[in-house]
Design a protein around this ligand. Sequence first.
Ligand code: UDP
Length: 476
Amino acid sequence: MVTSKAHAVLLASPGMGHIIPMVELGKRLLTHHSFHVTIFLVTTTTSTSQILQQTSNLSSLNIVHVPPIDVSHKLPPNAPIELRIELTMLHSLPFLRSSITSINTLPPPSALIVDMFGLQALPMARDLSMLTYVYFATSAWFAAVTLYFSVADKKIMETHAESREPLPIPGCKPVRFEDTLEAFLSPGGAMYEACLEAAKESVAADGILVNTWEDLEPAATKALRENGVLGGFTKGEVHAVGPLVKKAEGGKKGAVLQWLDGQPDESVIYVSFGSGGTMSENQMREVALGLELSRQRFVWVVRPPCEGDASGAFFDVASGVDSAVGYLPEGFVERTEGVGVVVSLWAPQAEILEHPATGGFVTHCGWNSVLESVESGVPMVAWPLYAEQRMNAFMVSEQLGVAVRVAEKGGGVVGREEVAEMVRRVMVDEEGVRMRKKVKELKLSGEKALCVFGSSHHSLSQMTKHCQVYVSQNKL
Ligand code: UDP
């Protein structure tokens, strides 16, 4: 059959952790699967766009910046972050619709790909006769939990929340109560209902893409692929297409990379809590003193402290300040001169992780960070903060054996001794050597999945074929 080139429109929701994987998917569709690609970026501040320019080479991509949307006056100040993102996305829909309908390059848009926060755009895409895809920039395990939620018996959810029993997910590992999602803790509550709605929208899409690969998560990808295991409820196929991660792009080296150039191989621990992660001032002090105590070289990305909100910088990584160094314990920067580097607000993470001098990563376990660490062959100290990060932490420490996990203190502070011990377990101890070996094997398996005969390449090719046949049949 003669097939035609398809045009995918990708909609990225606010937050660097959402934008980066969508941009990487766009690059992959463009360079390996002959798609025509347009990416719409929804941001809330201009600083996000500026940081994105520094972070990713976007020159090959057709990017449309949705004018910044500020919903802060429409919500109470302590509104959950998910609600803020959803409202922002809702307000972007009129612009999105008019922009898509006025695209007059050929081929015309034939598929819309959204992330978990862009689901509100799917009815519009159907209305415009476009195929619909949901992209989970998460583990397959998390995707399975979310999708299964659409059909899960409410009684099971209640038992999980009330009796603290593990949540059984057909074909996958159960979710332990201590790793569960906040939304699951109050069945019938607003967040729970919002998740249920999202799950129902997702299963109705023409296809689902997940940023993982079969060899990393054999059981969960099988459960998703075979679908029947989870209840046979998704309308379209589920494709594991990863690991799609940002790679170092070369170019001019900043101060931190120049400093890394002068350090021995695998001697530096990189400490970062993602694009949004923030800590209390007390916790920052313990991290600082713990790093000193560990006697290891380090690179630490610091943000101004934020009491009681672990995702405090999610919307605006720059947080309206030039530097966060002033919040560190007195004398810390001077005492650690030559041993460590403190980077304020934002660091070139992909470049740091890929640098030969980097030997460990203290991470909040955002999925992009986990994949970037694996793809750089770097073992981790897992320190989850919010969202599905506890599930990711469980996976890397208990299942994959490539991380040690910080014991949570139920909202309390993790002390300096524990920080130092975790760092040394990865950087110095025999345990670290074993983890490093394992993570390097995973790196190779991820690379294999993406090569021409690999499982993820094959999955994305199938999705491409589906789109091309749709274009041909509908003479778009
Ligand atoms: N990132 C970065 N520099 C920073 C912090 C984060 O380049 O200082 C990038 C990181 O490489 C990753 C993304 O931002 O690609 C964060 O995504 P992740 O899923 O790890 O966490 P989130 O920020 O969504 O919690």
